[in-house]
Design a protein. Structure first.
Length: 475
């Protein structure tokens, strides 16, 4: 008896065998789910004629797979089609609801089916990235010995979410978002197929194109939108001023109503999060304020924490602008404070203000380079002692040991400059911070640094550094 977390669907999944699943009450996306590989739209790069996976399926051979793709790309549908084409039982486990006990029950079931009926099993695990390491490890020996063909579906990067031993036993298949032209074809099928949108119904070509654009490559979203748009079209056609003989037709107006409340695709904890924050920072680094505003807005509309975005802008102000425009850091910090003070949506404009300023500002990565080189020196080289002349001597013993001997107080010298080593002697004249030429204010800082270094050389070469003293405390 399957445990509560286990859902089993075997053999007869499609066509007449799936009448209950495809009933009129089922969602449109389920009613017209492809039943053969030829009905699948998009993904020709993976299952098109002549592709290796397509050839294996046509030969009735089911390899173990990891299907990686965004929501609505057809991962579950493809897994079912593979099982059906290879005449294998299809068992599904939800990684959200199932545990090790469910996996072991499935293993026993698969072995029994093979022993009694000689029929193989496809085990499909949806959201495999939600299985922890122990749960994934339980699968390994059974994938290895062929107890079942394993197909896992994930929206997250398998490199981070799936253990290497399991990943190495499966073929990784990347399913990209479905292209708009393919989604338009799918929508037209939904209008024409007897299993699709209740007849009679028509749609303006531009309306289908708009739905495809709004779907962001997600077939399920597209079908949900056209189903809701059809409700809207029927409502209009039954109005008091409507032509009773006219076929209800989906218009842009219906699509706009169906799309109300639609949220941009975004996963705050997943790859979408990291991809978009990377796009935001790289747009700023590339001095493109238009793209910066777009990606920032995508993240906000997707539900990202505005304070997180503000923190990234603060980091970008130092990493990509730095001394080229020191005001950039102040603007970014002020934007973060404004968001914390105002909340949303009022704080959104402060973020836009900071992002556009950073994008337009002159750029320099000299600060990041300086930090990374200094960090490498600290981590890879010996921990050299602080030179004696830089140490304080608060006690008599420390003074007798030479702490502070030879230290020159910079304010006692003309221009506040004195040639003295401040790095450990073993490091010599190492250079970490190197202002970039032509990078806004940093260009002037570079010129000043060159003048300081030239002044120190002049004083050192004079042979009498004290001749440059201008008086003072003599510390």
């Amino acid at each position: 008896m399957p445990s509560p977390g286990r859902k089993q669907q075997v053999g007869d999944l499609f066509g007449a065998r799936g009448d209950e699943r495809r009933s009129a009450q089922a969602p449109l996306a389920d009613r017209i789910r492809p039943t053969t590989i030829d009905e699948v739209v998009g993904h020709d790069d993976v299952i098109g004629p002549g592709r290796t996976l397509r050839s294996l399926i046509d030969e009735g051979r089911a390899p173990s797979l990891i299907l990686w793709g965004p929501p609505g790309a057809g991962k579950t549908t493809l897994a079912r089609i593979i099982a059906d084409a290879c005449d294998r039982r299809f068992i599904t486990l939800s990684a959200v609801e199932s545990g090790v006990k469910d996996i072991r029950a499935t293993v026993a079931d698969a072995r029994e089916a093979w022993r009694i009926k000689g029929r193989g099993t496809v085990l499909f695990v949806d959201e495999i990235h939600r299985f922890n390491r122990a749960q994934q490890d339980v699968l390994l020996p059974h994938v290895e010995d062929g107890t079942f063909t394993f197909i896992g579906a994930t929206t997250e990067n398998p490199s981070f979410e799936i253990v290497s031993p399991l990943l190495s036993r499966c073929r990784l298949i990347v399913l990209k978002p479905i292209e708009e032209a393919a989604i338009v074809a799918l929508l037209q099928r939904a209008l024409d197929d007897e299993r699709g949108v209740p007849k009679p119904i028509a749609a303006e070509p531009d309306a289908l194109s708009r739905i495809a654009a709004l779907a962001n490559g997600d077939a399920r979203t597209a079908l949900n939108l056209i189903e809701w748009s059809a409700f809207s079209a029927r409502r209009r056609s039954s109005g008091p001023e409507a032509d009773a003989d006219a076929t209800p037709t989906i218009t842009d107006e219906d699509v706009a109503e169906a799309a109300l409340g639609r949220r941009a695709r975004y996963d705050k904890g997943g790859e979408e999060h990291f991809d978009q924050v990377s796009a935001l920072q790289k747009s700023i680094r590339g001095s493109d304020p238009q793209a910066a505003v777009y990606w920032l807005t995508r993240m906000l509309e997707g539900g990202e924490d505005p304070v997180y975005i503000a923190r990234r802008l603060v980091r970008t102000a130092s990493e990509d602008v730095g001394h080229a425009d020191p005001q950039a850091l102040s603007i970014a910090v002020a934007a973060m404070q404004a968001v914390q003070l105002l909340g949303m949506p009022e704080g959104a404009l402060a973020l836009v203000q900071a992002a556009t300023w950073l994008a337009i500002a002159p750029k320099s990565n000299a600060l990041e380079t300086a930090y990374l080189e200094a960090r490498r020196a600290v981590r890879e080289e010996p921990a050299h002692p602080v030179p004696l002349w830089l140490r304080n001597a608060p006690t008599k013993v420390m003074a007798e040991l030479g702490y502070g001997d030879g230290y020159r107080y910079a304010h006692d010298y003309e221009g506040g400059v004195v040639p003295q080593a401040f790095l450990p002697e073993e490091m010599g004249a190492r250079r970490f911070y190197r202002p970039l030429p032509g990078a806004g204010l940093e260009d002037k800082l570079r010129e000043r640094l060159e003048r300081l270094e030239a002044r120190k050389r002049e004083m050192a070469e004079s042979g009498d550094i004290d001749a440059f003293r201008r008086g003072g405390s003599g510390r």
